[in-house]
Design a protein around this ligand. Structure first.
Ligand SMILES: [Zn+2]
Length: 333
């Protein structure tokens, strides 16, 4: 098997499957770093034993920081959106009894609030509870959770610059790779762990999930999001899929991979999907930049023109699980 097309140079190396440890894999994609172009190519392969798609050969850790420049979007300071429908949902279904709702909501709005995007990654409220965000960046989510009543919030962040910003905003932040930073947190001490689009950046998220489970008390909540390849934008765009994001992303999950990863320590309560408001447009942009031709080029131009009007379609598909941004709510067993 192996990878006959690749000469493994000193920037990448072959690695075994993060899920099953198999060395047998088949090369599926080779792409440049699309958001930050250079001459190099990076690779994704599918495990021939368990089917997991993962970065292989994988970039060596010492070359990764160059692919996270200061302009990397998740480091920006911003206020996360929240609206009356989201607040209503949190008050009535997630235990945030102190929330004041300023206007009356119609029956339709109340019904719709179950799908409110702003409540993704907001845990059930635990009075006086301890909450950790893995990959807290500049503390945007911690600030939003503090506004909702969480008083004991800490973060883990690998990059010093955004971590310093989060500290200025009043949060305790441990800097370093999650695999080592988590060790300074006592076992069974947390009520909640949240993490937004972080685990796909880890060399091997499978053992990290076990480490996180050890830090939660029994029944503690773990809410996270990650990329999902059981999604039409992946099927349509493959090497131009926005969330391939090589070489930053290491693992590309199917729902069954996530279930296998959580099965031992967690009970999954709900899986939601964020509508693909921007994803198809970015996929189309990447493919047009590669000078695609024929019907694909026509499709990409149409997607770029019409994507903004497809809001209802993205919501419809996301409610049925057809979107590439997956949000999992689970509890420690
Ligand atoms: Zn495998």
């Amino acid at each position: 098997m192996g990878h006959p097309l690749i000469t493994v140079d000193n920037k990448v190396r072959l690695c075994s499957c993060p899920r099953c440890n198999s060395d047998k894999s088949k090369l599926v994609f080779r792409t440049p770093d699309r958001p930050f172009p250079s001459q190099e190519e990076f690779f994704a392969s599918r495990c021939l034993d368990c089917g997991l798609l993962y970065q292989n050969p994988r970039i060596l850790p010492e070359f990764l920081p160059a692919h996270y420049p200061e302009s990397y979007a998740p480091y920006a300071v911003m206020k996360l959106p929240m609206d009356e429908e989201g607040l209503w949902y949190l008050k009535h279904y997630k235990g945030y009894e102190n929330i004041n709702i300023r206007c009356r909501l119609s029956r339709r709005q109340k019904k719709r609030s179950r799908w409110n995007d702003n409540t993704l990654l907001v845990p059930e409220f635990v009075s006086g509870g301890r909450l950790l965000e893995v990959g807290c960046a500049a503390g945007n989510r911690l600030a939003s959770l503090r506004d909702l009543g969480w008083t004991k919030c800490i973060g883990i962040e690998i990059s010093e610059a955004p971590a310093a910003v989060a500290r200025e905003r009043g949060f305790e932040v441990i800097t370093g790779p999650i695999e080592t930073a988590i060790c300074s947190i006592p076992d069974n001490s947390l009520d909640v762990i949240v993490s937004r689009f972080v685990i796909e950046h880890l060399e091997n998220p499978f053992p990290v999930i076990k480490q996180l489970a050890g830090k939660l008390r029994g029944g503690g909540q773990f809410l996270f999001s990650t990329v999902n390849i059981d999604s039409p934008d992946f099927w349509l765009y493959g090497p131009h899929w926005f969330h391939l994001d090589l070489p930053r992303h290491m693992v590309f999950f199917r729902k069954r991979d996530v279930e296998a990863m959580l099965d031992h320590d967690f009970r999954i309560e709900r899986v939601r999907y964020e509508p693909s408001y921007y994803d198809y447009e970015r996929c189309a942009t990447y493919r047009l930049m590669d000078k695609g031709a024929g019907w694909k080029r026509v499709m990409d131009i149409l997607v770029k023109l019409l994507n903004g009007r497809a809001r209802r379609l993205w919501v419809f598909l996301a409610k049925r699980g057809f979107a590439s941004r997956m949000y999992v709510e689970c509890r420690k067993r």
